[in-house]
Design a protein around this ligand. Structure first.
Ligand code: FAD
Ligand code: NAD
Length: 466
């Protein structure tokens, strides 16, 4: 039986990054993955394929709706070839997962294909292509998550679907009904709206993206409404039934009335659940809490002292970059280092257009904590760069401590915000004040100037361009 310093179960962004960092630090490392491709949810059916379809559908929308404004005329009809678009997405996925194979080889990490389950705290049984057993001094659980469902919905995966199926549809829906106005619902809703589907978003809470700053929800809601999506807030879904090619959703509105929606596809995007099926965690003495998460302490150590857990399978935001940070954290802990993660500074991004991005505290959280703060907000429409490209929707909002001026939260919606948020994270990691940001140079003309202007507005209300 082969023996390792570390074995990682699951090859998503948490698991494969943990494995690379362990190998870099000189540990003999194995990774076990039940599917034939590495990369987990993120690379196979999450971040990467969804961004490929967002990009393709964005190009289509530009060509059909905005090229003309730029003086570009395309003779004849512009058409979507969905089969080709999905094939391109798959090619991007294949190339990216292939890159992980290369990284495993480069770092001399042994890859086992098969379902890993604990025999005890140092032995893992592998069922599948590379069936057998391995031994490891330390083990990292990185088994990720799967889509959640509502108890009364039967997912047939043809017309009543999760994000996994929505990434490989064979036709553009006529009417896509989406249960859940969170990240997945909005990103994939925008893809199919751009491609011509009628889209209805049915959300239980009174706003989309309920955990983000309310200002962002309001602005993105306007964008979806402008695109003629039906945004049904405060609707509690009661039933979802399929009749032939039709799907019928019934939901109760705020007044207690039952409203019926009919469409040809229904995407259920009400969150994801931690995945530990088949892991046999009990055999190793690893506790699973009542939310289905692997229970960990501040060192990401489970109830078995040589076993750690990271990513979607533990508490916290279900984000690829959070999983990656935790992978590095555990590897460095095992090497005797003292790593640190500031969870408050893990950014959240929604890759719609305009993009939505945030880091730190929201206004709602600061109010709840009785922290006095100042707000500096700057609209993209006042920027030369935004007008030049025609991307004028959105704003940057900086929240700073009323007394010290320290930046406490940055919330933005607009072109390229997914990248702009990195500046806010850097500033906050160095505990910058709003004035600090306002005093360093931002290239002109860029979208990043909105960050500087919002900082000027937060410092002493003196933006230069509004
Ligand atoms: P996962 O990526 O879920 O990987 C876990 C792996 O473990 C899987 O490959 C699984 O097969 C394997 N596994 C499970 N059990 C076993 C076992 N017993 N034996 C062997 N292998 C096992 N996050 C972002 O930050 N940005 C985005 O843009 C983004 N977009 C997303 C879009 C969609 C449609 C979805 C669904 C998710 C998206 N996410 C995004 C979330 C992101 O994918 C997850 O947060 C991330 O993949 C979590 O990483 P992980 O390593 O914890 O787990
Ligand atoms: P989510 O938690 O983002 O959104 C789920 C939404 O469904 C919420 O708004 C919630 O209020 C609503 N909801 C819950 N129950 C409902 C009900 N019965 N009826 C109507 N609405 C209901 O979850 P998601 O969109 O499924 O995404 C899952 C995870 O994947 C998220 O945690 C997210 O972090 C991750 N993800 C991230 C990205 C990104 O970073 N860009 C993209 C996709 C997914």
């Amino acid at each position: 039986m082969k023996s390792y310093d570390v074995a990682v179960i699951g090859s998503g962004p948490g698991g494969y990054v943990a494995a690379i960092r362990c190998a870099q630090l000189g540990m003999t490392t194995a990774i076990i993955e039940k599917y034939s491709t590495l990369g987990g949810t993120c690379l196979n059916v999450g971040c990467i394929p969804s961004k490929a379809l967002l990009s393709s559908s964005h190009h289509y929308e530009e060509a059909t709706k905005h090229f003309e404004d730029h003086g570009i005329e395309i003779p004849g009809e512009i058409k979507v070839n969905l089969e080709k678009m999905i094939a391109r997405k798959q090619a991007v996925v294949d190339q990216t997962t292939g890159g992980i194979d290369f990284l495993m080889k480069k770092n001399k990490i042994d890859v086992y294909e098969g379902l890993g389950s604990f025999k005890d705290a140092t032995h893992i049984k592998i069922d599948g292509k590379d069936a057998g057993e391995i031994e490891a001094k330390n083990i990292i659980i990185a088994t990720g998550s799967k889509p959640s469902n509502l108890p009364f919905i039967e997912l047939d995966k043809e017309r009543i679907i999760t994000s996994t199926e929505a990434l490989k549809l064979k036709e553009v829906p006529k009417h896509l009904m989406i249960i859940g106005g969170g990240v997945i619902g909005l990103e994939l809703g925008q893809v199919y709206r751009r491609l011509g589907a009628e889209v209805t978003v049915i959300e239980y809470m009174d706003r989309i993206l309920p955990t983000m700053d309310a200002g962002l929800s309001k602005e993105l809601n306007k964008v979806f409404k402008k695109a003629k999506c039906k945004m049904m807030m405060s609707h509690k879904v009661q039933s979802v039934k399929r009749k032939g090619d039709e799907v019928i959703v019934k939901a109760e509105n705020k007044k207690g009335e039952v409203v019926e929606f009919k469409g040809d596809y229904c995407l259920v995007s009400v969150g994801r659940r931690p995945y530990t099926d088949g892991l046999n965690a009990e055999a190793a003495g690893v506790k699973i809490n009542d939310r289905g998460q692997v229970e960990v302490n501040e060192h990401l150590q489970t109830s078995a002292s040589n076993i750690y857990a990271i990513g979607d399978v533990i508490r916290g935001a279900m984000l690829a970059h959070k999983a990656e940070e935790e992978g590095v954290f555990v590897a460095e802990t095992l090497a005797g280092q003292k790593p640190h993660i500031d969870y408050n500074l893990i950014p959240g991004v929604v890759y719609t257009w305009p993009e939505v991005a945030a880091v730190g505290k929201t206004e709602e959280e600061l109010k709840a904590d009785n922290i006095e703060y100042k707000v500096g907000q700057f609209p993209f429409r006042a920027l030369g760069r935004a007008r030049a490209s025609g991307d004028i929707d959105g704003f940057v909002k900086i929240l700073a401590d009323k007394t010290t001026d320290e930046v406490l939260g940055v919330h933005m919606i607009g072109a390229r915000c997914a990248d702009l948020i990195a500046e806010a994270v850097t500033a906050m990691e160095f505990r910058a004040s709003a004035e600090d940001i306002s005093r360093y140079s931002h290239a002109h003309p860029t979208f990043a100037e909105a960050v500087k202007e919002a900082a000027l507005a937060a410092t002493d209300n003196r933006p230069l361009h509004v």
